[in-house]
Design a binder for this molecule. Sequence first.
Ligand code: PLP
Length: 387
Amino acid sequence: QAIYMNLEDTLLMMPGPVPVAPRVLRAMSKPMINHRSNAFSDIYDDCRQILADVFNTKNDIFVLSGSGTAAMEAAVGCITNPEDRIIALENGKFGERFKNIAKRYGKVEPLAYEWGDSIDLGQLEEKLEEGAKAVTLVHNETSTGILNPAKEVGKLAKEYGALFIMDGVTSLGGDLVKVDEWNVDIALVGSQKCLATPPGLSAVSVSKKAFEAMDEMERMPYYLDLKAYKKSSEKTLRETPYTPAIPLFYALQEALHIIKEEGMEARIKRHCTEAAAVRAAVEAMGIEMLPNLKEHSHYSNTVSAMKAPEGVTGNDIKKDMQARGVVIAGGQDRLSGKIFRIGNMGNVQPKDILLTVAELEIVLKKRGIVSSVGAGIEAASDVLDTL
Ligand code: PLP
């Protein structure tokens, strides 16, 4: 097994962090620059322009030196006064996190489902009828592999005059997101997922309506004050309010150029096809998906969550795979042991999917779950051939 101890030989197939291209790693080793200079401003502007295409928005976009959770907290913290009602949709760990953040700032109205279940738009409408300042939704619930109906939630939120805050941490940059068309007032992404950048940055888009809500705030967060980000980003300054993580901005710029070169349409198609290949493979191995899909919900196109087959835990599978050099994820919190997850975020190639599926099939054969190796690989390969 020692050969796999070399980190460079390990294939990261977890739902973030993801493998980072050598050219992105190289970009990080450039000398530091003054963050109050045209050199930095040009990098920041370039990042914001490409991000606007990824988000499909004309709204302002800012890059925060802080992970996805910082962006979640900025979104909620900048629009929530203590008496405001926030409807927090929860069907997994990150929906729960939004709820917990909202609890710190306002009055939470949770709308919770079993982790892995679909959300119910009828129930959301009933809650909205009672009035709410905002609705929070995790578009792609990484903990369960479900893609929630962001477009429909955005439509309802708009109808009832509530702001729509959407976590696109594991959809933006890999799957289709239309911030403006879906009425998303604040959308956010983390660097270490589909953008294939190292961890540490997040990006947030903010609508005019969300800025207006910020004008009504009794008290704003300090480091995460999005109005401060807006002020600093304007034409004369084009910078961030506080010292940015400069090497990560170098990395983000390079990673966004990779995205631009591939084109979002091709990138989304690749993500969708690769996730479909994983699903086809596990189905051929007799393994069940976790999500319980209802109308308007879909399987995630960036991470697949599978139920652990009878007789093994998700962690057994994860450990066996790790020993063979492929890093996948288990379940989080209440799903620990019950599921295992395979990510296909960022610049994952079809050959990476095939290798992962092959290793999974071998691991399952050694565990006595499948009787032979091949059905999964063939099923995945057939789907990947459609790319
Ligand atoms: N939201 C979603 C959907 C995520 O998958 C994650 C991380 O896995 C987060 C939020 C939190 O992001 P971070 O760990 O970068 O703070």
